[in-house]
Design a protein. Structure first.
Length: 318
């Protein structure tokens, strides 16, 4: 989701779904974006660096490491699902409500075109999702161009089913915003929801690099860029998640209408560090005006779903 400070969303009568979701999960009350405007925040969450970006210009191509490349190289799978994007593999800067500046994986040549999917390809059967998936709402549904209530209703209609599924499948939903309304504090809503979490308010300071480090730590991946200077979230977990073994979904070809059913060739990742205490976990990451859906795990990976939703509502003059 996009461009809203925490106080503009959580507790707002126009956002009953997000307010209720915060009460169900771990509500990080001291969560911050890293800069303004949108694009460098998306890049920070995805690659551990703003890549020198200071605006929303397009297009750009970067050669550094990134979460999608890390996962694929380790034998897992990754995909992004962008609402409003006209076709799978699209590399244009804009189309209707779609903005490439909210789709960071397109900027890295090492991520295959097959990982860049339309939201229409997002499966109804969550067991068929790739290991890590990111869902990006369009410019209205992410609250960038439309009121908070519109985005809240979109989440209720498109994400709540997953959030409820997650509670019986040891999956973790991470919902966050790309930036606030332009303040220097840049405090944003960030929620984690899942059966392995202790619900309640959490005052620890976190940012996009903290979220990235947490995901990388769960998969035993090396920390990228500024994520190496962060400590992964470790005290929010109530128990180690358990799940039946299951591989991640292999990346489909560009011509496939939806992710394939998981194969049985998924490699086994090392056990999680004691600091994470999450066992096999899936996470839904929200990424700035983007709905990030990601499935995380630490051993054989069930097709868990992790989702992050970045909400950036309309910013006057932005």
């Amino acid at each position: 989701m996009e461009n809203h400070a925490r106080e503009e969303v959580i507790g707002n009568p126009a956002a009953p779904y997000l307010t209720a979701l915060a009460a169900r999960g771990r509500d990080f009350t001291n969560s911050h974006a890293v800069t303004h405007p949108s694009q460098p925040n998306y890049l920070a969450l995805y690659s551990g660096s703003t890549q020198g970006s200071t605006d929303d210009s397009c297009p750009h191509t970067f050669g550094g490491g990134n979460l999608g490349e890390q996962l694929i190289s380790a034998g897992y799978s990754f995909a992004g699902y962008s609402e409003g994007m006209p076709t799978s593999g699209y590399i244009g800067c804009a189309a209707g409500g779609y903005a490439r500046t909210h789709n960071p994986w397109v900027d890295f040549a090492a991520v295959p075109a097959a990982s860049n999917r339309t939201f229409a390809q997002f499966p109804h059967d969550y067991a068929t999702l790739p290991t890590v998936a990111i869902v990006v709402p369009d410019l209205c549904h992410d609250m960038h161009d439309c009121p908070v209530g519109i985005g809240d209703a979109w989440l209720a209609g498109n994400i709540d089913r997953y959030a409820r599924w997650a509670t019986t499948h040891d999956s973790l939903l991470v919902l966050t915003f790309d930036e606030d309304d332009g303040s220097t504090d840049n405090q944003i809503p960030t929620l984690l929801v899942g059966p392995m979490l202790t619900p309640g308010s959490d005052p620890q300071h976190i940012d996009y690099y903290t979220l990235l480090r947490t995901l990388e730590d769960l998969y035993q991946l090396p920390a990228l860029g500024q994520a190496a200077a962060r400590t992964p979230i470790s005290d929010a977990w109530s128990h180690a998640a358990t799940a039946s073994p299951g591989p991640a979904t292999p990346a489909p070809s560009e011509t496939q209408p939806a992710p394939a059913v998981p194969s049985r060739t998924q490699p086994t990742a090392p056990s999680p560090t004691a600091s994470t205490r999450t066992g096999e976990v899936a996470a839904l990451l929200a990424a700035i005006a983007v709905l990030v859906i990601s499935a995380l795990a630490t051993r054989t990976v069930p097709p868990f779903l992790a989702a992050a939703v970045t909400a950036r509502s309309v910013r006057v003059g932005g």
